[in-house]
Write a protein that binds this ligand. Sequence first.
Ligand code: CO
Length: 471
Amino acid sequence: MSEQQVKKPIKITETVLRDAHQSLIATRMPTELMLPIAGKMDQVGYQAVECWGGATFDACLRFLKEDPWERLRKLRAEFKNTKLQMLFRGQNILGYRHYADDVVEYFVQKSIANGIDIIRIFDCLNDLRNLECSVKACKKEGGHAQVALSYTLGDAYTEDYWMSISKEIESMGADSICIKDMAGLLVPYEADRLIRAMKSATDLPIELHTHYTSGVASMTYLKAVEAGVDILDCAISPFALGTSQPATEVMVETFRGTQYDSGLDQKLLAEIADYFRPYREECLKSGLMDPKVLGVNIKTLMYQVPGGMLSNMVSQLKEQNASDKYNDVLEEIPRVRQDLGEPPLVTPSSQIVGTQAVMNVLLGERYKVATDQTKDLLSGKYGKTIKPFNKEVQKKVIGDTEVITCRPADLIPNELAKIESEMAQWKQQDEDVLSYALFPQVAVDFFKYRLAQQEKVDLTKADAKTGSYPV
Ligand code: CO
């Protein structure tokens, strides 16, 4: 058989329940909208449905007044045949600081116990030491541990770098690798080179995750598939393109009848698209979906800045009445990134670099003031960057503070017991401890809201019994 004839069906992970709505409508899709279509989605035969983690946890508690754990259990009950996938920020879990190992382990344990099959774990510096604990915990709980590499450009990110880090991931005991191109920087012919190089370095399945932001994503997928990628992240069409992923139906159609035919049923996908289309219209009408995020933003490629980071920057400048400084900040971002060891720009490094760049420009002197996060990064508290820090900048920002070179979490004592005692009065289920650990203030606000709702229900029940009305 020639290479052309060997069947290699492409697998598809559907992101509509996590990344797609996180990217297009600020993570506001409620659980009640997901459940009626879940049964149909379960029949498709996706590799997995990404439905939890990332910003969904925070958004559930903060904006939707939903218990994220309850969402997961409800989805699990509907998806009887499909693997459920979540996005996990290594030692940051789903928050913004480094947590102690006992919190990371407990979060992984509870995620899997409540229904997650695949945990996609990444670190904003690609420092694999920050993933060790969660990968180990995931394996211990019987989960599939996927390590995601934050994809970025820069002279340190050579083919050799991607190949050797792929090997390291394999020896860590991970089950698969994801190339996480959060900014849509991976262009088609580069994808071909990258996938071939990584495939030559590892036998692990490789999944490609990108965003349509710069307009090249579906061509990138085509080249990646020809180069041997195993799984593609796609979103059903009403929630695809723009800052989201390529459309599921388009990818299925692209490979139909070829050796890469996914075999997915286009009719079933059309029914799923029909379900989400009116919701998309509603989001456009209400302004929740901004047509701006649906177009091609080529600046992403020019400045190598993720779309979400650009919009944060615009709003920070607006707040300071300094919108005219937009271009200055755009030029400052790559300089700050260099000073800070050229990290990929993804949560939380994107916020650290972005906010510092804004401050450097607005205060008229670079690093006159540094954020706590910049200080932590330059003290090694986030881990090791690919390049050394700019020594002068480091000296100006942290003076003679000792710099950490070990795995940062080695210096964080276990904290679960302390966290649990802090929030004991609110605890209704074990998982509440974890909600509180990640977002203390937001979780307490939610616990109060939940209690008030429960009291309301109790009151209604009492009224029904006595037949009286509340005065
Ligand atoms: Co993404």
